[in-house]
Design a protein around this ligand. Sequence first.
Ligand SMILES: Cc1cc2nc3c(=O)[nH]c(=O)nc-3n(C[C@H](O)[C@H](O)[C@H](O)COP(=O)(O)OP(=O)(O)OC[C@H]3O[C@@H](n4cnc5c(N)ncnc54)[C@H](O)[C@@H]3O)c2cc1C
Length: 411
Amino acid sequence: MPAETVVILGGGVGGLIAANELRRRLPSPHRVVMVERNASHAFPPSFTWVMAGVRRPDQIMRPVQRLLAPGVELIEGEVREIDLAAHRVAVDGQALSYDHLVVALGADLAPDLIPGLRGGAHTFYSLEGVCRLREALPSFTGGRIAFVICRAPYKCPGAPLEGAMLLHELFRRRGMRGKVDLQVYSYEPWPMPDTGPEMGEAVLHLLKERDIGFHPEHKLTAVDPGKREMQFEGKDPVGYDLLLGVPPHCGSPLLREAGLADESGWVPVDPLTLSAGPDHTYVIGDATALRTPGRWQAETPLYLPKGGVFAHGQGLTVARRIAAEVMGADSHEAFNGHGFCVLDAGRRRAVAATADYFAEPTPHLRLHPTARSWHCGKVLFERWWLTPPGPLRSFMRLVLSVGCGRLGLEM
Ligand SMILES: Cc1cc2nc3c(=O)[nH]c(=O)nc-3n(C[C@H](O)[C@H](O)[C@H](O)COP(=O)(O)OP(=O)(O)OC[C@H]3O[C@@H](n4cnc5c(N)ncnc54)[C@H](O)[C@@H]3O)c2cc1C
């Protein structure tokens, strides 16, 4: 059997999972090669904790190499071109040939699509952004903090709501909650619309309990940093003292150039196999546009939300399919559309929902009451994610698998 090369583009959530699972399954003559532009990986679900001062940035970062299983080759560089016909990618002027390709390039932030947003708003959607915000928050003495969710789709629809709840907690602890007006503005009809009206109601309740306002159907058109004012389509301008934006997201331009993405900039994939267009090409995670059955509102089709939990499941699926292909075996491995969302509600408690996004006629959601155990699970998951492959990580995986297994999820 000739040695084959699997190339994984992107060393974020989906790429790391796929690379390690491939290495575990493929004997050593076969190569597993990852290309990632950043030497260090920062775990995005912990960004809200960094913002709220619960974590320091260095506590949620690891060198990418340390998170990879021995035997995965890491190329630190920028992917410049994907040539599907030639089975070749260009990385900083170097050509890299592959037999199988996994594209896990995530989503880019595009704040410049909204005039004034880059200069007028902080963001906790990038490591640099959250570090700047963490520096700015201690000098905030009072006034309105506005969270603004600009456009669909965006990563982790729960993150801005968790962020608002954690800031409520932060200012409560500092004894100045009464001086801070926390408001969330969104283009959406209700919070987290991809998860359905029931989850939206539950989240609204959590926000109301904490005196955090939610303003649906507010589509941001511009920010005036001088006046500290947001402009919304068809609405009166709204003032703010500190603005926290979830910027518009877009797919990597490389995906369009390669002919993988459609006009939306995201890649339509087979929902079960994650295969995209040509043979031996898979796209996973935030880069995909994955249609799911059903709709919550007339005329609005449903797409799988952009979440690490899905990038994780899809990474496992494609790794197992490719490993079987390389070994000349059949694979019935399929992505099942299962996921979960755990929102830190403060005071070491969290609220959770588990979901089957492929259920007919609409996704099936199960809400779980706010509990300390969800918070512990979230912390343990973070610890596991940031632990290098080895016995300790395997043990943590075992513990988490028991909890996940009960919820019908796989680690
Ligand atoms: C604040 C916040 C909180 C979140 N909380 C949660 C949560 O609680 N639960 C959850 O499930 N999800 C959460 N998410 C979402 C989750 O982080 C993403 O959905 C997940 O990271 C997507 O994985 P991915 O592999 O598709 O992309 P990413 O993890 O973004 O990885 C993409 C990688 O590709 C690299 N890359 C891109 N372009 C190039 C190039 N040209 N050359 C080389 N490398 C390149 C990037 O550097 C990056 O490392 C959160 C996100 C944010 C921002």
